[in-house]
Design a protein around this ligand. Structure first.
Ligand SMILES: [Zn+2]
Length: 352
């Protein structure tokens, strides 16, 4: 059985991070229940005002350097290994984008009680963000840096990409707090999902469903290639979630801009998981299915650069062979109405 996570709330408890162009914030609340079937998790999302970099100078780039890992060494190494494996698999597949810092901060017993250990982590975090700007570093130590440790000590479980664009060169931060709270084997796919967001940051903006759907689809796809999860089962599960949305209440189109939803139609936020992630993964599968060659690799290599030509609508239409974006949405809605077996046939047509 593949557990899924429902959105129960949409608080933004870290408003400080908002102003720093946090791409998205995917956080599981305290999960101390390790029994999968009894798992009860929340997702929280925070969106930056600058959800996707449009200026090419503010993009991630292919780099030679390895990601920098910062963690508390006394936290069990297996959590670090699993995350690094997921991230490395995705770097190999999509290319090595950066600069990237990965923070893995966790406490299963009392690993973070030592102030020295805490200080080491937040000093590295603030130095990476602010370099030699001492006033900024000192502010960071007191606020954003301290907040990381506080959340970890409080038992919060989080995974998110934070995109720091106030530096000369932007910096991607993947932050994992108490990753032992994520159920296995999904910790592998968290690493994949978050790294896909780093890659996406090298290209022009996409609507929320395409950003999350792309990360989710690739997490399923690459997760299956490495035997961590089952691609077809994960897609089936996503379809089940997508179909929980009450007819007529919301569709994929409503999740083009989740920031807008947050402001204008907050009652639809409850469908964020169902539409942006689950229907989004299917929408990406549909675009790949409709493309020449139906190849996932080709999607990552050819589709993303097209975003910079004339934007995402044109890229979707050109790549998937749709007359216009309305036709795409209409055909996708029609697909959702097909029996599951028919939809799964589409999935099975997708090529490496
Ligand atoms: Zn995501």
């Amino acid at each position: 059985m593949i557990p899924k996570f429902d959105i129960l709330n949409n608080k933004s408890p870290f408003s400080l991070l908002r102003s720093e162009s946090l791409l998205l914030f995917e956080m599981f609340s305290s999960i101390h229940n390790n029994i999968l079937t009894g798992l009860f998790a929340c997702l929280f999302f925070v969106f930056g005002s600058n959800a996707v970099a449009d200026k090419t100078g503010q993009r991630m780039e292919l780099v030679q350097t390895e990601p920098e890992y910062v963690r508390n060494d006394n936290y069990h190494e297996k959590w670090f290994r699993v995350l690094r494996e997921g991230i490395n698999v995705t770097r190999n597949y999509l290319g090595n984008y950066g600069p990237l810092c990965v923070y893995i901060i966790g406490e299963e017993e009392d690993e973070l009680q030592s102030d020295d250990i805490a200080k080491k982590i937040i000093t590295a975090y603030c130095r990476n963000r602010h370099g030699e700007k001492f006033d900024r570093v000192s502010d960071c130590l007191k606020h954003n840096g301290a907040s990381l440790i506080k959340r970890a000590r409080d038992g919060s479980t989080e995974a998110y990409l934070s995109y720091v664009d106030f530096l000369e060169k932007p910096l991607a931060e993947l932050v994992f707090i108490n990753p032992h709270g994520f159920p296995m084997p999904y910790l592998h796919t968290r690493g994949i999902h978050e790294y896909v967001h780093v890659f996406q940051r090298a290209f022009a903006r996409t609507p929320t469903w395409l950003t999350e759907g792309g990360a989710e689809f690739l997490a399923f796809y690459l997760g299956d290639k490495h035997d961590w999860i089952d691609f077809e089962e994960s897609m089936k599960d996503s379809m089940r979630m997508a179909q929980k949305v009450k007819k007529g209440e919301a569709t994929l189109i409503d999740f083009e801009d989740v920031e807008k939803i947050e402001n204008e139609r907050p009652h639809l936020k409850k469908y964020y998981r169902h539409l942006a992630y689950d229907a989004g993964a299917w929408a990406v599968a549909f675009i790949i299915y409709r493309s020449e060659g139906r190849s996932v690799k080709n999607f990552t290599m050819e589709f993303y650069p097209k975003l910079d030509e004339k934007g995402w609508r044109s890229a979707v239409c050109q790549y998937g062979g749709f007359e216009d974006v309305d036709v795409f949405y209409k055909e996708f809605t029609d697909l959702l109405g097909e029996p599951l077996e028919k939809k799964m046939e589409l999935i099975r047509e997708i090529k490496p």
